[in-house]
Each structure stands twice: as structure tokens, then as C-alpha cells.
Design a protein around this ligand. Sequence first.
Ligand code: PEP
Length: 247
Amino acid sequence: MRATLIAGNWKMNGSLASNAGLLDDVRAGSGASRAQLAVCVPAPYLAQAQAALTGSAVAWGAQDLSVHDSGAYTGEVSAAMLGDFDCTYVIVGHSERRSYHGESDELVAQKTARALAARLVPIVCVGETLAEREQGATEAVVVRQLKPVLDAVGSDLAKIVVAYEPVWAIGTGKTATPEMAQQVHELIRATLAQRDAAAAQQVQILYGGSMKPDNAKDLLAMPDIDGGLIGGASLKAADFLAIAHAA
Ligand code: PEP
């Protein structure tokens, strides 16, 4: 039986002042949640998240990492640096990084391997654009994105989390119906199972894309939807916790 994971992706939002209340409220409300909880915060706020959440049921993490260990890579943050702040998770291959920073499927796979080597849990994002869905290419896109990741993780498959995030549903208010999402989650699990059937049953596959308190319950009721990667709604403690409570 897979645990449900509700992970917030704060993206490039927050300030020291506003984060303090949000972290306190999430921590205070987390006791009532049966789901695992995590927040992936901007890198400058990792120390703040660590200080606010240590000893609580809420894990924290980052939104990206470098493929390099150290050196002349201005602006990059290494896996070891994330480890210094006791991160549990790191998001890898978010569609905003694929589209605005040109991250390829291969780079995402390398980042996934780097995260695992540093004992971080990578939340690997995959998902099609609206044009790809309309062309009937959803399955091909998701399988193409997963393949290099599966090659890179090898026998560590059970240690990753996958997030299916249809690009057309991110931040748009358009959510995939539970049935549409389930269909792709089932495909993702079958693709993982071709490599390692036992590990595929353990991998948490999250849905991301305008998940909110009012649609979370139906999405999370689907057999292959094991949680959510939550953008906008993770910036309000009440909404984030309501999604967790729906799980
Ligand atoms: C995301 O960016 O990972 C996401 C799911 O965003 P939103 O919930 O705002 O659609």
C-alpha cells in the first residue's frame, strides 16, 4: 500500500516574512493529516524551512539541482548543498525548467541520478503540452521523458517519485479529470513495471496541475494517483492542508 504524498512547489514565491507564517501554519496543521507532507521552497529559504520544520511531520526540499558536484557553475546549487540543509526531496524536470531553461530529457535523467547519489528523493516531473495532447501524443511524450530517467536510475527505481503534470493544467485552473489523469498514471506505472515490476508498485506517482481543495478528493481517489504536487494552492496553508486532508 503506497502512502499518499502531498508536496508543495512554492516556485519563485515568498519572502522571509511571509514564509514564517506559512511554515508555522503548515506545521501546526500537519498533525491532522494522514498524508505525507512536504514543501519545496526556493533555495534561499531552505535554512528557514529547515529551522521551522525540523522535528515536525513536514519534510522540505528544493525545486532543482545542478548536475555538477562543484566548480565554476555560477548560480547553480549542488545536491550536496541541498543535503547540508537536510532536504528530503528535490523536484527535477519541472515543465517550467524544461521550457524556460531548455532542460532536455537526458539532463533531467542526469539530475535524477545526482539526487539519488546524494540520498535525496527526486520528484521527477513529466507531462505533455496542450498541442501534444491534441495531437494524441500524450503517451509517446510521457514514455519518451521517462526512458532516460529509467536508464539512469537502474536498480534505484523504487527510490524516486514521479509527478504527472500536464503542462496545460499547470497554473491555468484547468485540471485533468480524474479519469484522464488516472489513464496517464496507469501508463506511467506500466512503463516503470517494464523495468522492475515490484519497484513500480512502490513508486508514488503524484498528479500536478491546478489541484485544489475542491478537486483533490476525486483525483486522489484514483488507484494510481498517490498524491499531488501542488503549486498555487501550496502558498495558502489552509488550501494546502485541505488538500492533505482530502487524501
Ligand atoms: C506545479 O507547478 O507543479 C503545479 C502543479 O502548479 P499549479 O498547482 O499551480 O497548477
